[in-house]
Design a protein around this ligand. Structure first.
Ligand SMILES: [Zn+2]
Length: 92
């Protein structure tokens, strides 16, 4: 079956990526998925859901991303607040 071999290929790709992650972890370093710098493992948050048990982005990048997300949410909250306010027809 075509779909079956496709699945197998996908599965194989995933496991080889996991193996590569483990090998990298044994070196005591990991490459950040954002800034693409190779950094020591203590520069990464722990993430049990990931193959290598570490977050994909380094501490610097995850802090930046968190700030960006917070700013975005803040802007969205403000926009919602303005939209909820009754329309003010007093102009000029
Ligand atoms: Zn980074």
């Amino acid at each position: 079956m075509v779909s079956e071999s496709k699945y197998h290929y996908k599965h194989y790709r995933y496991s080889s990526a996991a193996v590569a992650a483990v090998i990298r972890k044994q070196d005591g370093v990991k490459r950040c998925g954002r800034c693409e710098q190779t950094k020591p493992l203590d520069q990464y948050h722990h993430d049990k859901s990931r193959a290598d048990g570490l977050y994909a982005y380094c501490l610097t990048c995850s802090a930046l991303l968190r700030e960006q997300r917070r700013d975005k949410r803040r802007a969205a909250d403000r926009a919602r607040y303005v939209a909820r306010k009754p329309a003010n027809s007093q102009e000029g």
